[in-house]
Write a protein that binds this ligand. Sequence first.
Ligand code: ATP
Ligand code: MG
Length: 138
Amino acid sequence: MSNRTFTMIKPDATEKGHTGAILEKINAAGFRIAAVKMVHLSKEKAGEFYAVHKERPFYGELVEFMSRGPITAAILEKENAVEDFRKLIGATNPAQAAEGTIRKLYAASVGENAVHGSDSDENARIEGDFFFSKLEQF
Ligand code: ATP
Ligand code: MG
C-alpha cells in the first residue's frame, strides 16, 4: 500500500473560486500536501493525461473541459491515500455522491465534477510524475 495519491481541482471549481475551500477540506481530512501548483493544460496535455478514456464517447468533451482554464494539481500523503481520497471526493456523478463529499458540495455534473482522484497506487505515481519533477515532490 502506497501512502500517496494525486488530485486536480478541475477548471469548473477553479472558475467558481472553490480552490481554497477544497484545499482546506483536504487538509482537514488529514492529507499532507507533498506538491502543489496551478497549471493551464493545453488540449494536447489534457488528452495525454486522460488517454485511458480515448475510446469513451465523452473523451472530446473531457479534453475541452480540462483545458478550458487552470487546474490545481497536487500530490497528497496519508495512510491509505488512494482509497481514503476517493471516499472524500465521492462518486463521479455528484447526484450520487454522499453527503459532505467534495463532489456533493462543489460539483455540478458528471462531466464537471470539481476534482480528480487517482484510482490506484500505480496511477497515483504516474499522474504525480506527469506534473511534478522529483525536485518538486516533498
Ligand atoms: P477522475 O478520474 O476525474 O477522478 P473518476 O475516476 O470518478 O474521475 P472516470 O471514469 O475516471 O471517473 O472519468 C474521468 C472523468 O471523465 C470524470 O471525472 C468526468 O470528468 C468525465 N466523465 C466520466 N463519465 C462521463 C460522462 N458520462 N459524461 C461526461 N463526462 C464524463
Ligand atoms: Mg478516474
